[in-house]
Design a protein around this ligand. Structure first.
Ligand code: DHB
Length: 389
């Protein structure tokens, strides 16, 4: 089978790329080892920047996010027993973020691709990409027990943090991997309870970071910074609530039955370049951010916004200029998001060996950021995200 673009991975990057390419008259096939049910049923967080929502609306997949998404015009930073609101709308000219889980974005994308006659192969195995430095790369895979082959002009590696496509770019030349490990993890819970706050609360406390988030009027999502070696068994419901009350002191945390507990490990990562020959990486296949800045899905969408244009230009004019510039065009935004995510993480979390000096320095940093309009604006602009163009 011949196709213009073969896309490995039906996550936010791969499906959004396929959708944007279709809108620009370029046809693609998307492959994923997971079933449609697994992809749509894996519950994931989602904070969408204004530009991500705008792109969904502008390209005809915005109906559900507009109807079901929760628009937030601010967050609270809580430290020293007091809350400090960062008013996004006021500081960024009316911009905000939308709380809308990743699996809902994926449902919207899959439905639209299928309605548009798109080709998504779920549940395939043995995916192998070959010949990316030649003129006609191939993707071999197995579907329903039969071996298949896709001959492509271009290949997109959108296979997430467990990527195989990234490793097709030879390392260390040209591929450089930039890592940052963190000496802590997040303990996440889902609880049946009313919201504790109208907006998200990011709390600094000497015991460690806590985050008050939400899923709906009846389901709440909260996180506690924990030791990376902790397991779910180490945290009884009583211990979780007690620690949340302590760390988010001054806010009224509403308790309810906890029905999900998990430990999340995270890191910062960027690989450079994000392309080799006719292979182009997008989203978590190329970079990962810690969750504190709520940037992950937005970076995937920003990548494919750039990549879909460059690919369309290649097919329309046989011009590789924009494709060749893909990494250089995408990376500045990725590094800004890396910095923001690292900054939020380092400002709010307790380091394992933290001294009194470290804690007071963090409190002073939070005070500096929240007391001046310039400081609040810096945080707000980065949280709501800069426009794509
Ligand atoms: C959620 C997760 C985040 O990492 C974040 O920064 C905000 C909210 C959430 O799961 O709701």
């Amino acid at each position: 089978m011949q196709i213009q673009v073969g896309i490995v991975g039906a996550g936010p990057a791969g499906l959004m790329l396929s959708h944007l390419l279709h809108q620009r008259g370029v046809e693609s096939v998307v492959l994923d080892t997971r079933t449609r049910e697994e992809i749509e049923g894996t519950i994931r967080a989602g904070v969408l920047e204004q530009s991500s929502v705008d792109l969904m609306v502008d390209t005809g997949i915005g109906e559900r996010v507009k109807r079901l998404g929760m628009v937030h015009h601010g967050i609270e930073l809580r430290f020293g027993g007091r809350g400090h609101r960062i008013d996004f709308a006021d500081l960024t000219g009316g911009r905000g973020v939308t709380i809308y889980p990743q699996h809902e974005v994926l449902k919207d994308l899959i439905a639209q691709r299928l309605a548009d006659g798109g080709d998504i192969r779920f549940g395939v195995s043995d995916v192998q990409v070959e010949g990316i430095t030649g003129d006609r790369p191939r993707i071999r895979f197995t579907q329903d027990g039969a071996e298949q082959q896709l001959d492509c002009a271009l290949v997109a590696g959108c296979d997430g943090s467990r990527t195989t496509t990234r490793f097709l770019i030879p390392s260390p030349n040209p591929r450089q991997d930039h890592f940052r490990q963190y000496p802590f993890a997040w303990f996440g819970i889902l609880a049946e309870a009313p919201p504790s706050s109208e907006e998200l609360i990011y709390a600094h406390h000497r015991n460690g970071f806590a985050l008050i988030s939400t899923r709906s009027a009846t389901v709440q999502r909260h996180y506690l910074q924990v030791d990376p070696n902790d397991s779910v068994e180490d945290w009884s419901d009583d211990r979780i609530w007690s620690e949340l009350h302590t760390r988010v002191a001054g806010a009224e945390i509403k308790e309810g039955p906890i029905f999900s507990k998990s430990v999340l490990h995270f890191r910062s990562f960027v690989c450079e370049p994000m392309q080799h020959g006719r292979l182009f990486l997008a989203g978590d296949a190329a970079h990962t951010v810690p969750p504190t800045g709520a940037k992950g899905m937005n970076l995937a969408i920003a990548d494919v916004h750039v990549l879909s244009r460059a690919m369309a230009e290649f097919f329309a004019n046989s011009d590789r200029t924009a494709l060749d510039a893909y990494t250089a065009t995408a990376l500045p935004r990725i590094w800004r998001a890396q910095h923001f995510s690292w900054w939020m993480t380092s400002m709010l979390h307790r380091m394992p060996e933290a001294t009194g000096f470290d804690l007071h320095r963090q409190l002073a940093e939070l005070d500096t950021v929240t007391r001046s309009r310039a400081g609040r604006t810096l945080l707000a602009e980065n949280y709501v995200g800069t426009p794509f163009d």
